[in-house]
Design a protein. Structure first.
Length: 377
């Protein structure tokens, strides 16, 4: 059953498995104290969803903000990478304890799952995370997921929990994602503008939609903004998962959004198979291949990427790494697993198959990126 309205996010038949993302500014006040009354209401809503027959996975921010307050760190623990890692190590204990207590009040078992970018970028580790989530849900637990910021670095991290929520939704086999925000959803311009209008539904994220996301969250506590939420919607949509942005600043925000059908709904665009959905959701490519217009058209028709259509190679990568494929104007077309190293790609870029053996010193492979290991964006 496809989800056609935000009100259906509370329907166990349309949405048996839901991922709920909660941001730092909603969970923790500016003094680094948990907004306990608000969180108690949200825990009650999660219990109500469970009572309706829905399984719920929570993606929870807040560890760095909590830890920074306890350690007395400046700038909310974000003054340096070392500060953020230390704050996360302290705050994660406090955060998990709060979730365990408040869900436990409704006789629900909370389970902590800390993930790094590599855990979901690597196929084997992704499947391990998927298996863990499935088993926890089967046993009736509520997984509470966060990025493992105590070990993540600038180079190997999600950087925001919006995209993490979309990737977790893929791994969990979820039907929908709700991103609780500090605004009602996506507006057609800066939401502080009195003339701004809420965009109720989005059928596909394109340049027009991206242009609406210039104004991010004003809380100053989290790391995500509207741009990251659109990226999350794209990741979810390619995997057949609906996503909604709703206002989380009110008491019992889920009940309000479902009753009023208030927020922005991003419809699922397609349902890629498990491996292709994982490929499409990966967010850390090692390089970029730029292709000519003829090649771009061929890719759109389902062809593999051949060396003859490559006009530029950027980045350093090895065979098997993830690369993004761009059109001549810089538009993102696809991403997939490369069959050559960066040096080999540069050697054969723009060359026909008959010339490649001499340049490579061995018989060329069937494609630079085979269509079986590539997903269109």
């Amino acid at each position: 059953m496809s989800i056609a309205a935000i009100s259906q996010f509370g329907d166990a038949a349309a949405c048996p498995r839901l991922v709920l993302k909660v941001g730092s500014a909603l969970l923790v006040d500016r003094g680094g104290i948990v907004r306990r009354a608000w969180l108690e209401g949200l825990a009650a809503e999660i219990a109500e969803a469970r009572g309706r027959g829905q399984q719920v996975v929570v993606v929870s921010s807040g560890a760095i903000a909590l830890g920074a307050a306890r350690l007395g760190l400046a700038q909310g623990g974000r003054a340096s990478l070392a500060d953020a890692q230390a704050a996360a190590a302290v705050g994660q204990i406090a955060l998990s304890a709060v979730w365990a207590e408040l869900l436990g009040a409704h006789v629900l078992t909370a389970a902590q799952l800390l993930l790094t970018l590599d855990d979901l970028e690597d196929r084997r580790r992704y499947l391990n995370a998927s298996s863990t989530l499935a088993r926890l849900l089967e046993q009736g637990a509520v997984p509470v997921v966060n990025e493992n910021d105590s070990v993540a670095t600038a180079e190997i991290r999600f950087g925001d929990n919006d995209r993490l929520a979309a990737r977790v939704a893929q791994a969990a086999g979820a039907d929908a994602v709700i991103l609780l925000s500090d605004v009602d959803g996506l507006f057609d311009r800066d939401p502080r503008d009195p003339a701004a209008e809420l965009v109720r539904e989005v059928s596909g994220v394109d340049e027009t939609v991206r242009a609406m996301a210039g104004a991010g969250s004003g809380s100053g506590m989290g790391s995500g903004g509207m741009v990251s939420k659109l990226q999350a919607a794209e990741i979810a949509g390619r995997a057949g998962i609906a996503l909604a942005i709703v206002n989380g600043t009110h008491d019992r925000p889920l009940s309000r959004a479902l009753a009023q059908d208030r927020g922005t709904l991003f419809h699922a665009q397609r349902r890629d198979g498990g491996r292709k959905a994982w490929l499409g959701g990966r967010i850390a490519p090692a390089g970029v291949l730029t292709v000519d217009e003829g090649c771009a058209a061929a890719l759109g028709g389902g062809s593999s990427l051949l060396a003859a259509g490559v006009i530029a190679v950027d980045g350093e990568f090895a065979r098997g790494d993830l690369v993004t494929i761009h059109g001549a104007k810089g538009d993102r077309l696809a991403q997939g697993l490369i069959e050559y190293s960066a040096a080999e790609c540069r050697a054969i870029a723009g060359r026909k198959a008959g010339d490649q053996a001499e340049l490579l010193g061995y018989a060329p492979r069937a494609a630079v990126v085979h269509r079986d290991h590539m997903v269109l964006l």
